[in-house]
Design a protein around this ligand. Sequence first.
Ligand code: GLU
Length: 551
Amino acid sequence: MDNKKLANLLFPDIIKTPEDYEKQYPKRNLPDGAKVTRFAPSPTGFLHIGGLFAAFVSERAARSTGGVFYLRIEDTDKKREVENGVRGIVEGLQNFGIKIDEGMLSETDSVGEYGPYTQSMRKEIYQTYCKSLVEHGFAYPCFCTAEELENIRAEQEKNKQNPGYYGKYARCRDLSFEEIEEKIRSGAPYVVRLKSPGSEEKRIKFDDSIKGEIEMPENVQDIVLLKTDGIPTYHFAHAIDDHLMGTTDVIRGDEWISSAPIHLQLFNILGFKTPHYAHISPIMKEDVETGGKRKLSKRKDPEAAVTFYHENGYPKEAVLEYLLTIANSNYEEWRAANPDADRSKFEFKLSNMSKAGALFDLMKLTDISKNYICRMDKDTVYSETLAWAEKYKPEFASLLKENRDYAIKIFGIERGNEKPRKDIAKWEDTVEYTRYFFTRPEKYEFADNLSNADMIEILNTYKTVYSADETAEEWFPKVREMSVNLGYAKAPKVYKKDPESYKGHVGDVATVIRVAVTGRRNTPDLYEIMQTLGYDEAIDRIDAAIDFLNA
Ligand code: GLU
């Protein structure tokens, strides 16, 4: 067979050669050890937390070595694509502060010298390399119909042989030029397949940066390189793109491990240097139904979508901090030793990633987030809450804007001290957290250990002792003194020793005042709350509670 003739028959319009592209995309000029990594999602519009995780890990790997991180859109599977699919990805990365050096910035704009960074714009490049493979006898057209492929599969099943298009089952391998020409003339659709040089006896080995050494049988399948519409398969596009774009480390989900023999073979045949591979295990979740573990699922788990974190207002820093704890198990230790250090100072290592799937734990993220938010100053809490509310709770945003100083004061309660409170895990929590400052209680969580008459007595007495200008130091002793005068123990301990002698203790008294003012039993420091509300408002609320108890 005259391969050159065949190549021209299949690709009459392709006039460039691989050498042209090698020149157009020269080797990157980077320091030794610098990693070039990429995030290469399909534009399905949905950014899975596992995708964000992969992007984050890839960005860390590049950034920590002075390399390049880029975003490539893999849109060769038109069936999976959705409108504005790129936007969801670009915004998802942006919302979490993951910056790209190169790649797609929107559906149409990009930055960088190694583009186009969208696969559907690279058709000619793939075809050029494919033409060259045909020329060198490493690829051929295949006209098998779906039905013929099904027959092959049935025969293989009957013979208890591996499924696929290989060896004697690869019928179109041996078509003559005339047969091919004839079929093409008649308009028969065809794919272009790899003529795999693999052998079933041989094995391949590679050193996965996460999973360690992996050994697998060599690829023998004549996999499809170009589909009937001339669009490449993932395998072929991966080899061409990661080569031309100079990727040094392919960091991707471990569902691709089984295809690694195909990829290594393609790099080899194409004469490309193979990249390092790092296969990330999927993020797992405890399955409440079975007690076992399962993959975090787009369908079942709202927290699988990165929009979940943004919409609920988890600060991006907290999410990234959490992702680092599941990426490198030594991160928590580092963080404990360096509580105030910037997380970029942590030496991230692919080799320290979990080989099995990391377990996703929303409670842990909640803890990290609370710890993060409790250390913020009140102005930052205000501005971050406002930014979130403007997007997701416009009425709350207006309230915050109209009452700026008051809101900042609210966020300042028990903040900035040694043991700040950890009430807020996400900006969404601030709606409930601030509610009683803006609206008077509609219901009261009064305890039932005291009678209404006792509670009314407490509130009336409190009104007579509370003054507008008292300090925090003066306040509590006053409440204690008043409690003792009304027949309550001055401390819970004292009450517990001799409950018969008291109506309750000072804590019960403070709770009555707290519930009267806020409606709730559990709040931050009551003194600070009353100072924030102001004297008149506090007294008005106590009166309203007395009315409620009298009714
Ligand atoms: N487009 C592929 C996917 O979304 C990318 C895999 C890779 O990173 O190579 O699974």
